[in-house]
Design a protein around this ligand. Structure first.
Ligand code: SAM
Length: 355
């Protein structure tokens, strides 16, 4: 693993002269108009002043901007994003420099040695909620221990696909020398694989935070000798063949050609063809290729295509051993009870073997 990995974190802003100050006595309307003219606002006095200004901004835009069609909603969100990011907080001695602000450990971890800078209010809110998850840990039903997702790293919020994988692992009777977990994220699949007796897992990810976060979490424990981390695209620099490859890829196709898509959620058109081509070289002759997927993109009408079916239809590298499916119970939502029932979401576990 490269020693030079650089953690991703919100960029600190140098404190400038030209800031509008906002406290509980400041005129809200005037502040909002200053923001619309492009001025940045520094929250002073209490953290809750920032919450208040955000709420008032939302109200202000709701009255003034249409928000019905998809295009309008997109424009509304873009404007809210633009303006809310003009609301700033000062960070002094690794703490948010207003009263009654949450204590956010990431400010210590990510900004060691950096003092007196500004972050946007939404970034501070994201750092705070990420800190709560990391600090308290997230209980995942199929795992013995809690997961501690590092700042900016994907972690599961629903667990049906993990249950499918766990049931499959229980019945797996092949060799358990080594496995590859492509896109390791917060490590859940690797932890499951280790829990089921595999001796070694090679985990990759394109996000430095995933790799560095897990490295820090595992430290010098027994786990760190079982899970080897590899920063990079797909199989990164892994040279070994393994008897199990697992990939829980992004489930939605990227619609735009934007460069900054969230690679944990959206896939570009090259991801799956490249993945299957490389997997073919890394899977041992009798190995199993397990891909976790869902019909989310299809029921949202984003695509009719399923990239795994597309690969199988080529009939050149892999054949289907089985596909396990589990329907996800929709949340009880009174407001939608009487509306036409839309297709149910299902998670899928695809097991492919070499032709
Ligand atoms: C849906 S998340 C799954 C994370 C974890 N395996 C799990 O099941 O909770 C997808 C992960 O794959 C990573 N990823 C996306 N594209 C990748 C690629 N081309 N190569 C390696 N990792 C990738 C993302 O950064 C993210 O951590």
């Amino acid at each position: 693993m490269s020693a030079k990995l650089k953690i991703n974190k919100p960029t600190p802003i140098a404190p400038g002269e030209d800031l509008v100050r906002f406290d509980s006595n400041t005129d809200i309307r005037e502040t909002l108009y200053a923001m619309k003219a492009g001025k940045s606002v520094l929250i002073t006095e209490f953290y809750s002043n920032g919450m208040l200004l955000l709420k008032e901004l939302q109200k202000h835009l709701k009255i003034r901007l249409p928000n019905k069609t998809i295009k309008e909603q997109h424009a509304f969100r873009a404007e809210y994003h633009r303006l809310s990011n003009l609301i700033l907080l000062k960070i002094t001695n690794q703490e948010v420099a207003v009263d009654k602000a949450p204590k956010i450990g990431w400010l210590h971890t990510l900004y060691t040695g950096k003092n007196d800078f500004l972050l946007t209010f939404p970034e501070v809110q994201r750092l705070n909620s990420a800190w709560q998850k990391f600090h308290k840990g997230v209980k995942v039903p199929v795992l013995r221990n809690k997961v501690h997702p590092y700042y900016g790293v994907y972690f599961p919020t629903r667990f049906d696909h993990l249950t499918l994988f766990d049931n499959w692992l229980k019945r797996y009777e092949g060799p358990k020398k080594s496995a590859i977990d492509v896109g390791i994220g917060s490590g859940v699949l690797s932890f499951q694989i280790v829990q089921h007796g595999f001796q070694k897992v090679f985990g990759t990810d394109t996000k430095p935070n995933a790799i560095l976060g897990l490295k820090e979490f595992m430290g010098d424990t027994k786990l760190s000798r079982k899970i080897e981390l590899n920063y990079g695209n797909l199989f990164a620099t892994i040279e070994k063949e393994t008897e199990l490859i697992v990939f829980n890829p992004p489930w939605l196709p990227a619609i735009s050609n934007e460069e900054n898509i969230d690679e944990a959620v959206y896939y570009n058109k090259n991801l799956f063809p490249k993945f299957f081509a490389e997997a073919n070289n890394k899977l041992s002759e009798d190995g199993k290729l397990v891909v976790l997927f869902s019909n989310a993109a299809q029921i949202k009408n984003l695509t009719k295509e399923n990239p795994i079916e597309k690969e199988l239809a080529k009939g050149i590298r892999f054949k289907l051993e089985k596909c396990l499916k589990k329907t996800i119970k929709p949340p009880v939502d009174k407001s939608k009870r009487d509306k036409k029932v839309t297709a149910l979401e299902e998670v899928q576990l695809w097991v492919l073997t070499k032709i």
